[in-house]
Every structure is written in C-alpha cells, then in structure tokens.
Design a protein around this ligand. Structure first.
Ligand SMILES: CC(C)(COP(=O)(O)OP(=O)(O)OC[C@H]1O[C@@H](n2cnc3c(N)ncnc32)[C@H](O)[C@@H]1OP(=O)(O)O)[C@@H](O)C(=O)NCCC(=O)NCCS
Length: 159
C-alpha cells in the first residue's frame, strides 16, 4: 500500500476528473501504438450511462486511472493507465481491483477486456484471474502502420 494513495470513482463527465485522467493519458501510452484517447473521446464515453472513471492520486498528484463501461450485468475495462514514474508499485492492480469492487456493488457479474498481445499488462490481467477468450490477429494498427494482435480476456466475477 502506498501511503496517501486514494482512489475516487466518477460516474459523470466531472471536468476535473476528466482532465486529471488526461494528465496520465498523455504520459502513459506509447505514441507508437496510438492507444491514447483524446479528451473528446473520454468525455463522450463518460456521457454514456453505466460508465465510470476511477482516478488514483496522492494529494494533487494524479498517478493513474481506470475506465469501465457496463451494460446490464456485464462490463468492459476500456482503459487502465499509470504514470510511468509510478509503475511497478501495485497501482495498476489496485485500480483494477477497485474497478471490480465497484462492478460487484452494481450487480455486475463479469468483466471483459481487450489488450494488445505484446502489452506487459497481459500478466497483470492473468494474475488477477482473467481468462483468455480469443485472439484477433492484426486488430490494432500502430501509428507506424504496423498491425498488432488483440487478446480478449474475461473474468467471471461469480466464481
Ligand atoms: C498496465 C499498467 C497500467 C500497469 O500499471 P502498474 O502500476 O505498473 O501495475 P502494477 O504495479 O500493479 O503491476 C502488476 C503486475 O503486472 C505486470 N506488468 C504490468 N504492466 C506491465 C508492463 N507494461 N510490462 C511488464 N509487466 C507489467 C507487473 O510485472 C506486475 O506484476 P509483478 O508485481 O508480479 O511483477 C501500466 O504499465 C501502464 O499504464 N501501461 C500503459 C498503458 C496500458 O498499456 N494499459 C493497458 C491497456 S489499456
């Protein structure tokens, strides 16, 4: 546990929360893969019912965020990001666990996600109990035009 770390969840387009997440967005995602979202994309998804954003911070310092969208009893982890200076200290896992706890409180029974096959985050998801579902060859196109496979994972939260 990191002293002073707090996680807060937002269900609406709270402008401060969106800009907090964008601070990490621009630093966390490697531009090579073109996976970072714009503020417009993030704000647009946050307007959809059943979407929530969790922000990790210590005082005013924003360390990471997770974005989840739910429909009925299923949800999808859309984004998970931690500031590069704060990685490897369990914040990503805490954001994931917190997102799962919020989902459980809302009566959601499964979480799905898609991740680039070459992303080290695959280990994080497997360690958290997610099960491999399938591979989509060449699903993502990087900013250099190169194609990357996507892996789908699912966690049955009733098990
Ligand atoms: C994925 C990410 C959120 C993990 O954040 P983090 O705070 O470093 O994660 P944790 O410290 O909780 O790590 C949990 C485990 O996953 C592994 N892991 C996570 N990301 C990894 C990466 N990029 N490369 C290698 N291993 C990684 C760690 O080895 C760790 O396992 P360990 O403690 O047994 O060694 C962070 O690397 C990130 O922001 N990456 C860029 C954005 C991204 O690709 N997000 C995922 C797809 S949306």
């Amino acid at each position: 546990m990191i002293p002073g770390l707090t996680l807060a969840t937002y269900d609406d387009g709270d402008r401060n929360a969106l800009s907090d997440a964008m601070q990490v967005m621009t630093r966390a995602f490697d531009p090579l893969f073109g996976e970072a979202w714009t503020l417009g994309q993030l704000g647009g998804v946050m307007l959809m019912p059943g979407t929530w954003l969790t922000v990790a911070r210590i005082d005013a310092a924003i360390l990471g965020f997770a974005l989840v969208r739910s429909v009925l009893d299923e949800c999808e982890l859309l984004l998970l990001a931690v500031d590069p200076l704060w990685r490897g200290r369990g914040i990503g896992r805490q954001l994931l666990d917190h997102s799962l706890a919020v989902a459980r409180r809302r009566g959601i029974t499964s979480m799905n996600l898609e991740v680039r096959a070459s992303n080290g985050a695959v280990k994080l998801y497997e360690d958290a109990g997610f099960e491999y579902v399938h591979r989509r060859p060449g699903y993502y196109r990087g900013n250099d035009g190169q194609l990357h496979d996507a892996l789908s994972f699912r966690l049955d939260m009733l098990l």
